[in-house]
Write a protein that binds this ligand. Sequence first.
Ligand SMILES: Cc1cc2nc3c(=O)[nH]c(=O)nc-3n(C[C@H](O)[C@H](O)[C@H](O)COP(=O)(O)OP(=O)(O)OC[C@H]3O[C@@H](n4cnc5c(N)ncnc54)[C@H](O)[C@@H]3O)c2cc1C
Length: 403
Amino acid sequence: MPALRLAPPMTLAVEGDSFGGPVDFGWTDDQVALRQGAVGFASRRLADGVIERDRDSVFSRDLWDACADFGLQGILVPEEWQGGGHDTLSAVAVLEGIGYGARDNGLVFSVASHAASCAGPLVEFGSEDQKSRWLPGLANGTSIGATAITEPDSGSNALALATTAVENSGDWILDGSKTFVTNGPIADLFLIYARTGASGFGGITCFVVPRDADGLAVGPAMDKMGIRTSPISQVHLDGCQVPGSAILGGVGSGAMVFSQTMDLERLLVMAPAIGVMQRLLERCVGHARERTVGSVPIGKQQVIAHRIAEMELELEAARLLLYRAAWHRTHSGAATRESALAKLAVSEAYVASCRTAIQIFGGYGYMVDYELERELRDAVAATLYVGTSEIQKNLIAGLRGLG
Ligand SMILES: Cc1cc2nc3c(=O)[nH]c(=O)nc-3n(C[C@H](O)[C@H](O)[C@H](O)COP(=O)(O)OP(=O)(O)OC[C@H]3O[C@@H](n4cnc5c(N)ncnc54)[C@H](O)[C@@H]3O)c2cc1C
């Protein structure tokens, strides 16, 4: 057989516009201004005192309120309910700027999680009554939102949850326990996913439950490795009775609400990481130029220069995937594949970038005052929450009929 003939003939699997998807996006002047405004706000208001708050696991209500005044909590909430009414792409631009300027990654995670996983689904699936009752407070930050799907025996397999909701004369009685609930200790409002039918996609329903509902109890704050300024806890439901009007999106639609919310949350919680990586890159470049060993700047060592080039490559690749996923979601709604790709790329690049930064700073990078060890501790969580890296790969491969 001639060396250049391929046997058997190659089958091309690419269909339609699957060559990586659309690239037709660009920032408007308004979006650029929003991002710049976010950098200014975050570096003025959210950059001080983080070392102490991290050490003591302190959530700052003052800074939460400052974020709300700036419009972060209500970024996706339409103006009629006191929000900013921005689309996903604009929200990503703003949160990237916040990540760059703020050093309190835990606070930013709490805000992004509230905006994406509590306010977001209420905007998309809420009834008019639910929107007018809950959205203004969530948008102006007077109410703090949380989402509870994970349970002690169901994490990655979230839809295998055991919490039940049983109808009783028009009301619903919830029983079960949730764990790893971000904002749990401080939340006023919970979106709680419970089983209302047989196992499978149609057997889950999402309920909007206020903190003061009878039978709802919040566990003590859980101590954790990173994002320590974002409180997290268990939530217990013991005969917790809510009216039928607490159902979000209809009985049996919980899995659909959850999966669409995850598409959005992956983008909003990862956007600040792009800003953090940009900041780390700039710090590393500065350090590599200034730090001399044997009167030679360490940046003159090719091994250091290449590590920084790799940081930049991973940052830009992750950033483009994130922008494209946000563009996709803004213009065509669904973005499961795009948001999974972006979440996987950003979270893994985030950890790698923090790891490299510590190495480039040497022993200084290991010291708390240099604020790099905290960045690494914070970054590791990104490979776990909103679906682990393995689960993102399962999602991506699953859409190809694999796994
Ligand atoms: C900081 C933080 C904040 C969080 N906030 C919230 C929140 O607000 N609300 C909420 O409901 N939950 C929240 N979570 C929970 C989070 O979604 C789960 O931790 C995550 O889904 C993983 O579940 P798990 O911890 O039970 O791990 P497991 O599901 O037990 O997984 C353990 C390991 O096995 C791997 N694994 C499991 N199944 C598979 C599979 N099928 N294929 C390949 N690998 C697999 C995982 O990737 C992981 O490496 C949070 C978690 C963290 C760390």
